[in-house]
Design a protein around this ligand. Structure first.
Ligand code: PMP
Length: 274
């Protein structure tokens, strides 16, 4: 497998990350994960745009064309028709100091690829989730490398026999640790508005478009944990999880405790494309 680090394409086991890369001790950077289906990068431009915006929010300047080129090269060199491609950009390499590096220090790009399959079992059977307090920072719209809260909370979910932790601030559901959350009540699709409290998932945006094409009303407004538990259907979305039904929240069954009809309709539409 070929990876990319700081200007070079290398065999995976030849990559040596510099310990002075600010990604290492500050998590000072941003990233994207894209899905390759049948040799095509899915929603490529949307991911590129989000990466540039995340970088801008933390004052890292990146060249979108350069990133696009690296990603295409990664795809072509690895020839994995179905894969997840990771790319991160850190603020650069300089001895450890909180202050930004001196002028001239360039951002550093790291990229690797993994062959993956679609999560067909989870998409059919659904998953259990638990709810947790969202104690993350207030800039969740940035796809930052700092994922300590997300990893701690995801592990708590696993430890309680669930797949994902659904986060809430004072009882209002924001998103999952690595997914966006949707609830369906009386035919209306609800999800948190795209603001600083959530990552505006590319899959989230795609699902909203699918819903509109299917004449399913969409309400982008925060809802409560109680509303979530009383919803007719719930699902989570992400680049790798696609549309995964949620069958229980804190051990409370959602609907009949199986994947719901509207969820299935959206999954079908996702499969076919708009
Ligand atoms: N929220 C968070 C916190 C995430 O980490 C992710 C996945 N990276 C998502 C939502 C889903 O985003 P996307 O659909 O772009 O993968």
């Amino acid at each position: 497998k070929i990876s990319y680090y700081n200007g070079e394409f290398l065999e995976d086991d030849q990559v040596a990350v510099d310990y002075n890369d600010r990604a290492v001790y500050f998590g000072d950077g941003v990233y994207e994960v894209v899905r390759i289906y049948d040799n095509e990068i899915f929603t490529f431009e949307e991911h590129l745009e989000r990466l540039v915006n995340s970088a801008k929010e933390i004052r890292i300047k990146i060249d979108k064309d350069e990133i696009r080129h690296i990603m295409i090269q990664m795809k072509e060199k690895n020839k994995l028709p179905n894969a997840a491609l990771y790319i991160q950009v850190s603020r650069g390499i300089e001895g450890r100091t909180h202050l930004f590096p001196k002028e001239g220090v360039k951002p550093v790009v790291l990229s690797f690829i993994n062959k993956i399959e679609r999560p067909v079992d989870a998409m059919r059977e659904g998953v259990k989730v638990v709810t947790r307090d969202d104690y993350r920072w207030l800039k969740c719209h940035i796809k930052s490398l700092n994922l300590l809260s997300n990893t701690l909370l995801k592990q708590e979910a696993k430890d309680s026999g669930a797949t994902e932790a659904i986060l809430h601030r004072d009882g209002r559901v924001t998103e999952g640790t690595s997914t966006n959350v949707f609830a369906i009540k009386d035919g209306v699709l609800h999800t948190h508005e795209a603001n600083n409290l959530i990552l505006n998932g590319i899959t989230r945006q795609y699902v909203i478009k699918l819903a509109q094409a299917l004449d399913i009303p969409v309400k982008e407004e925060a809802f409560t944990v109680d509303f979530l538990k009383e919803a007719d259907e719930v699902f989570i979305t992400s680049t790798t999880q696609e549309i995964t039904p949620v069958i229980s929240v804190d051990e409370v069954n959602i609907g009949d405790g199986i994947a719901g009809e509207v969820t299935k309709k959206l999954q079908d539409a996702f499969e076919k494309g708009i």
